[in-house]
Every structure is written in structure tokens, then in C-alpha cells.
Design a protein around this ligand. Structure first.
Ligand SMILES: [Zn+2]
Length: 274
């Protein structure tokens, strides 16, 4: 595999084959472990192959990110499912839409890296994953530590797992997650150590954008049977829910995608300006 810092190098056939094999190994294990659905594993295979072929730094950081996110969602799973079962759109296995929402921008940067020789792509790709990871860690720590979350829109207390909700534990998890992931991007060799701060900040900004959009514009549904707000299309009581407020196409996956775009665009912007 070529040096990721060099960029703009077309991969060799052998490099692509090894990369795809490694990605298949990781995606397959995640599917067997129950972290990914079948469609999620297929999407992860595509994203993983691109990253592994793009270079060592890209592939390593994707694996570190994926392990971090999987471990974070598995720790205290039972406690968290009890806390959020009424509200969150999808639990457990991640499907293709969720995988693309989190890793699509990173994959696009990895793909562009074959054609363009610029470190800005690695920065943007790293920031996209750091933003997605910071957002995931905010939700996981906030839910696990059971601090009382409150809505950014109404300032009223809301159930754990509600989009656009903020808690002290979640904020700590988000910030710590962004810093740790930005550091690992440097350790993996994807970004320069001098860029850790800007990538961490862009990641936090992406996760904050996710929360703000989640609070004000994300689609909310209503279960007429339970008289409760939810993000599930079919509530866990079994009744189909109705669109209630928010932008109809702005579901959780779209908001997550916007979170990663925000991180990537911010860090690329800073790189171009400075
Ligand atoms: Zn219900």
C-alpha cells in the first residue's frame, strides 16, 4: 500500500485486493457479532475497501473508529435499551443507511484521494469520522450515565435518546470522544499531529450541528396509541406512528450525514484559509 500522505496515487490491483479482503474480514465479523445488519455489512465492505485501498492511515483509522463506536454502543447495552427503547429510531444492528450516514463522507474523501494529491482530503475524512464518533459517544455516554437530558428547543426535560437533547454526561462524552478520535487519527498516520486540535474542534462542531438540527428540524413522529413522541416508524407497542413535526425527509440518518459534512467542510475550509 502506498503512503497516505503522498495521495493522488492510483492503487495497485494487489493493494486493492488486499484492502477488499481486509474490509470483508472486518465487515463480516461485525455482521456475525450483531453490530451490522446484512445491508450494513455490504455498505461497510464498500467503505472499508475504499479506505483500506486509499492507504494505511485511512484503513487503520477506520478500524479504530469502528471498534470505538461498536464498543461504545455495546457497553451497558441493556441499561441503554431500557432507557431509550421508546424513542430511538433504530437500535442494535446498524443498517446501510446508518453506515453511509456515518462513513459516506469519509469514503468519498478516500476515493478522491486516489485522484487528488492534497492532505486536505485526509483532514476532511478524519474530521467527518471524528464528528460522527463524537455524536455517537455523546449519545452513548449520555444514555448510560442517565443524567437528565433537556431539549435544546424547549429547555424542558426529555427522555434519554431524544434527538436534540443535551446532558452534562453527553457533552463530556462528545468532547472526550472528539479529542481521543482526533488523536488516534494522528497515531494511525492519517493526519499530522499538528492538526489534531483543528480536527477535534471540527468534530465537536459537527456533533453540535447534529444536536441543533436534531432539536429544531428533525422529523418527529407520534404514537396515537401511547400518546408519545418517538422517532420509530412503527412504535415498539406495534402501532404505526404518524409524522408529527419537523422536516419530513430530515430523519436521523440525514442529520448524521449533515454532522459528518459539517466536520469535513469546516476543517477543509480552515486548511484552505490558513
Ligand atoms: Zn405506542
Amino acid at each position: 500500500m502506498h503512503d497516505p500522505v503522498a495521495g493522488g496515487v492510483m492503487p495497485t490491483l494487489a493493494g486493492a485486493a488486499v484492502g477488499t479482503g481486509l474490509a470483508a474480514l472486518v465487515a463480516g465479523s461485525a455482521w456475525r457479532a450483531g453490530s451490522l445488519s446484512r445491508s450494513g455489512a455490504m455498505a461497510a465492505l464498500v467503505i472499508g475497501s475504499l479506505a483500506m485501498t486509499a492507504g494505511r492511515g485511512w484503513g487503520l483509522f477506520l478500524v479504530v473508529w469502528f471498534v470505538t463506536a461498536s464498543v461504545a454502543s455495546r457497553v451497558g447495552r441493556h441499561t441503554k435499551e431500557t432507557a431509550t427503547g421508546d424513542v430511538v429510531a433504530k437500535g442494535g444492528r446498524r443498517d446501510a443507511a446508518q453506515v453511509v450516514a456515518n462513513g459516506g463522507v469519509f469514503a468519498l474523501c478516500a476515493l478522491s484521494n486516489f485522484a487528488f494529491d492534497t492532505p486536505a482530503l485526509a483532514l476532511a475524512g478524519a474530521a467527518a469520522l471524528v464528528a460522527a464518533g463524537a455524536d455517537t459517544l455523546a449519545t452513548e455516554t449520555g444514555t448510560l450515565w442517565r443524567g437528565q437530558p433537556w431539549s435544546l428547543r424547549t429547555f424542558a426535560p426529555v427522555p434519554s435518546g431524544t434527538s436534540g437533547a443535551v446532558s452534562l454526561a453527553g457533552t463530556v462524552g462528545m468532547t472526550a470522544g472528539a479529542v481521543l478520535l482526533a488523536l488516534s487519527a494522528a497515531v494511525c498516520g492519517l493526519i499530522d499531529p499538528s492538526d489534531v486540535t483543528v480536527v477535534a474542534l471540527a468534530g465537536v462542531a459537527g456533533a453540535v450541528a447534529d444536536t441543533v438540527i436534531g432539536a429544531f428540524w428533525q422529523l418527529r413522529r407520534w404514537c396515537p396509541a401511547c400518546q408519545r413522541e418517538t422517532e420509530q416508524a412503527v412504535h415498539r407497542c406495534g402501532k404505526p406512528t404518524q409524522a408529527w413535526r419537523g422536516v419530513p425527509w430530515l430523519n436521523n440518518d440525514v442529520v448524521n450525514f449533515v454532522c459528518t459534512v459539517t466536520g469535513a467542510v469546516l476543517v477543509a475550509g480552515v486548511r484552505i484559509v490558513s
